[in-house]
Design a protein around this ligand. Structure first.
Ligand code: ADE
Length: 279
């Protein structure tokens, strides 16, 4: 897989020399090329930004260096092949595991790291005439630029490329692979600072262990990500799954009832005894 990253901070991407991704690059599984956007400028100051039309705070990345950078990428590719361009930005579509899986099957991805208030919109419009383009967001928060997002996105994608992770089995039961979060994991020692491990994990009974792990995945997902529970396909749930979900729903319901009782009693108290208003 070929990956190109265009940035004004090439050193920001140096963690991609390390660990599994670094090894995959050495093995030739991933061909990662980092480009300095300023190499596509022609003025003495290597300017990449300017003030926004219409006014407002901050600076906007000028389109010309981006246009030349994209031309350069296209000129160095296999004739007729184009990359899928990903532009990280807080206003993008949410980046998900499903997207990582789809992108991991592509032969060529390019990343445009914006800084300041973003890239002149015409760069996106122009790129869309040449290649598939997706503006992606890591989450509902704002980073200073796309570089940190690219590190995360490249890692999420590259580890799904066949051969990058030695033990492909470890990819199967991960959080987000099948709509549930991962079960808790334990290793030695069996007793640590007074904390033991769940007895069932010592039983050697594979069926019981698998069931316990699924129960924990359901409980954890209900507690941390109720939005994911709501998206489960009911036909994927067996009778025990429904029992576990009913248990946690009961707790949630109790909490909900308790909070609504509190609210009602506060309102009733307010109505019965309104606080004095100062003149
Ligand atoms: N650039 C700035 N904020 C970002 C975010 N939340 N996700 C992706 N890229 C970004």
């Amino acid at each position: 897989m070929r990956l190109d990253v265009v940035t004004i901070f090439p050193e920001y991407l140096s963690p991609l020399d390390l660990s599994l991704i670094g090894k995959a690059r050495e093995q030739g599984l991933i061909d990662l090329r980092v480009h300095d956007l300023r190499d596509f400028t022609h003025d003495r100051h290597r300017t990449v930004d300017d003030t926004p039309y219409g006014g407002g705070a901050g600076m906007v990345m000028r389109p010309e260096p981006w246009g030349e950078a994209l031309d350069h990428l296209m000129a160095t590719g296999v004739p007729g092949e184009v990359p899928h361009l990903l532009i990280p930005a807080p206003g993008g579509v949410p980046f998900t595991q499903a997207m990582a899986q789809e992108l991991a099957t592509q032969p060529w991805l390019a990343f445009a790291c914006g800084r300041y208030e973003g890239i002149d919109e015409r760069v996106i419009d122009h790129a869309e005439t040449l290649m598939p383009v997706t503006v992606v967001s890591l989450g509902d928060y704002v980073l200073n630029g796309g570089e940190v997002a690219v590190l995360a996105i490249v890692e999420a994608i590259a580890r799904l490329v066949p051969g990058v992770i030695g033990n492909a089995d470890s990819l199967v039961e991960e959080s987000h692979e099948d709509g549930l979060l991962e079960y808790p994991m334990f290793t030695k020692p069996p007793l640590w600072r007074g904390h033991g491990i769940p007895e069932v994990l010592l039983s050697g009974h594979h069926g019981l262990i698998a069931r316990w792990r699924r129960d924990e995945r359901l409980r954890r997902t209900a507690a941390r990500r109720p939005d994911m529970i709501a998206r489960l396909d009911p036909s994927d749930l067996d009778a025990r799954d429904l029992e576990v979900l009913a248990e946690v729903a009961e707790v949630a319901e109790v909490a909900e009832v308790a909070s609504s009782v509190m609210q009602t009693s506060k309102v009733a108290q307010f109505q019965a005894d309104p606080p004095a208003v100062a003149d």
